[in-house]
Design a protein around this ligand. Structure first.
Ligand SMILES: *Cc1c(COP(=O)(O)O)cnc(C)c1O
Length: 230
């Protein structure tokens, strides 16, 4: 086995163990392999081992990989980075999921630009759960107004919420933040019954996120290794 596949198997074991520890159904948490800064060849190795869902942050970099991996017919692309409005078309045309919806303007553009022959774009609203000035996402009290606008748009399917927890929070703080996300999803479900997705948890905090009801974890460095932004 390639080291990437060894790492992925290890992460999958951790996910299954966390599900079991939390009395959750085995297999209910989906692994999104976050491949930003790593080459298309690394993605291909994991694809050939059965990994289907990949997360990318930077539109330009990701777009190049979609070209290189055009033969991987069953790949599922998750855009998990910020999307400037002038880059929305690439997301509308090539992504399956967007985790970082944070404004009506972007939602309208994606809805208009999503090609008719493609299924709906699956979208998550990003919540700035610890109210950090450097973080993206909306404040919790803006959720229902934004959700009502998104629901009304064709070609978008609002599936739930995403957050990036505070980097320096302790376990108590993380549990509080993830717990708030769970409560917000319940609120969202009062107007969007099909919303079933909580994207939260990364390499360092995935077990805790799973304990707190995450349905997708976004794991980068634990699979691909440390990132080099040079
Ligand atoms: C990079 C990134 C991840 C993966 O982080 P790791 O700590 O490497 O697992 C997850 N989510 C988002 C939004 C990211 O930008």
């Amino acid at each position: 086995m390639n080291h990437l596949e060894i790492n992925r198997q290890h992460v999958l074991q951790q996910i299954r163990a966390a599900e079991m520890a939390a009395n959750r159904v085995s297999g209910c948490v989906q692994l999104i392999a976050v491949s930003k800064t790593f080459p298309a060849d690394d993605i291909r190795v994991l694809y050939q081992q059965g990994q289907r869902d990949f997360g990318e942050n930077y539109i330009q970099e990701w777009y190049g990989k979609t070209e290189q991996l055009a033969d991987c017919a069953n790949i599922v692309w998750h855009m998990i980075g910020q999307v400037q409005s002038n880059k929305s078309r690439m997301v509308a045309e090539r992504a399956h999921w967007l985790h970082t919806l944070d404004r009506v303007k972007l939602a309208r553009r994606l809805s208009e630009q999503r090609p008719n022959h493609l299924p709906d774009l699956q979208v998550l609203i990003e919540i700035n759960i610890a109210n950090e000035s450097a973080k993206h996402g909306i404040a919790p009290d803006k959720l229902l107004p934004l959700a009502r606008e998104v629901m009304a748009l064709p070609k978008l399917n609002l599936r739930g919420l995403m957050c990036v927890a505070q980097a320096d929070a302790d376990v108590t703080g993380l549990r509080h933040q993830f717990g708030q996300m769970y409560d917000l999803l319940a609120q969202l479900q009062t107007i969007v019954p099909q919303a079933d997705t909580l994207s939260m948890g990364m390499s360092a905090d995935m077990a805790l996120a799973i304990e707190c009801s995450a349905t997708m974890v976004r794991v980068g460095s634990a699979i691909f290794g440390q990132r080099d932004y040079g």
